[in-house]
Write a protein that binds this ligand. Structure first.
Ligand code: 1GP
Length: 240
C-alpha cells in the first residue's frame, strides 16, 4: 500500500494511542473508523506501549484503512503497519530523537514494505507542558517566534523531509495558530501536517484555512467518537 500525504486534497488522520485502548475496545473503535473513513489511522503515543504488533494485527482484522506508525520511540515501530511517519524532532536538540532511535530500526524498515514518510517534527508551545515535551526533554517553540518555526521547517525541507508536522502536543490548550501555519505554508512546498488540541470544526477550519494539508486528531475522539464521521466529512468537503 503506497501512502502519501497529499498536497492537492485536505486530509484527516485519527490518532490512536494503544496505551489507552484495550484489545476489547478495537471492534468499537474500528466501527467508528469504518463509518467515518479518515484518510489514515496513526498509531503512537509518548508512553510505554506493550505489544504493538498484536494491537495493529487486531486492528487490521477490523479495518482496511491505512495504518501508519507515529512512533514516540523505536519500541513503537511495527512491521505489521502499512507505513510510518519517520519523525525527526527537528525543533529539539535531543540526538536520540533527531537520528539515534532511527538507526535502531532503519535496516528493518529499509527491508520492509512499509511506506516511509520522513517527517520533520516541530514542537510548538500549546499552552501546557505536553507529554512529548516531557518525554523528549525538548520545549516547544513559542507561537510568537515565527522566525524560528519557519527556519526550522525550511531546514527540514532542505534536508529532504517529505512532510512537516507542526505539533502543539496531545491535548494542547492552544492549537497551532493559523498565523504560524500560514507562515510555514508560505515557505515550504512539502505537505504540512498540523495536530494537537484540535477539538471542533472551527479549530479544523482555521488549520485548513492556514494551509494545513492534513489535520490529526486524537484526544477529542477518545471522549467524542461520535464526532469522527462529522469531522471527517467536514475536512473532505472543505473548499477554501
Ligand atoms: C498529538 O497531534 C496529536 O501528537 C494529536 O493531538 O490528541 O490533542 O488531538 P490531540
Amino acid at each position: 500500500m503506497k501512502i502519501n500525504i497529499n498536497r492537492h486534497k485536505k486530509q484527516i488522520a485519527v490518532l490512536l494511542d494503544p496505551a489507552k485502548i484495550s484489545l476489547d475496545d478495537i471492534p468499537s473503535v474500528c466501527s467508528h473508523l469504518n463509518n467515518a473513513l479518515p484518510d489514515m489511522v496513526l498509531i503512537g503515543g509518548s508512553g510505554e506501549i506493550n505489544n504493538i504488533n498484536n494491537f495493529i494485527t487486531q486492528l487490521k482484522t477490523k479495518t482496511a484503512l491505512p495504518i501508519i506508525l507515529f512512533p514516540g520511540n523505536v519500541n513503537q515501530v511495527s512491521l505489521c503497519a502499512d507505513g510510518i511517519l519517520l519523525l525527526s524532532l527537528i525543533s529539539g536538540r535531543n540526538p536520540e530523537l533527531l537520528i539515534g532511535q532511527h538507526t535502531r530500526c532503519s535496516v528493518a524498515l529499509k527491508r520492509s514494505n512499509l511506506s516511509i514518510i520522513p517527517t520533520g517534527y516541530i514542537l510548538i508551545d500549546g499552552g501546557k507542558l505536553s507529554s512529548v515535551e516531557k518525554a523528549s526533554g525538548c520545549r516547544g517553540i513559542s507561537q510568537s517566534d515565527i522566525e524560528t518555526i519557519v527556519s526550522t521547517a525550511v531546514a527540514g525541507e532542505l534536508l529532504g523531509m517529505r512532510a512537516i508536522y507542526l505539533e502543539a502536543g496531545s491535548g494542547a490548550l492552544i492549537p497551532v495558530s493559523d498565523k504560524v501555519i500560514k507562515a510555514v505554508r508560505q515557505v515550504i512546498d512539502i505537505p504540512l501536517i498540523v495536530g494537537g488540541g484540535l477539538r471542533n470544526k472551527t479549530d479544523i477550519k482555521k488549520a485548513l484555512d492556514g494551509g494545513a494539508d492534513m489535520v490529526v486528531i486524537g484526544n477529542h475522539f477518545e471522549q467524542n467518537a461520535d464526532d469522527m464521521a462529522d469531522f471527517c466529512r467536514f475536512v473532505h468537503d472543505y473548499a477554501k
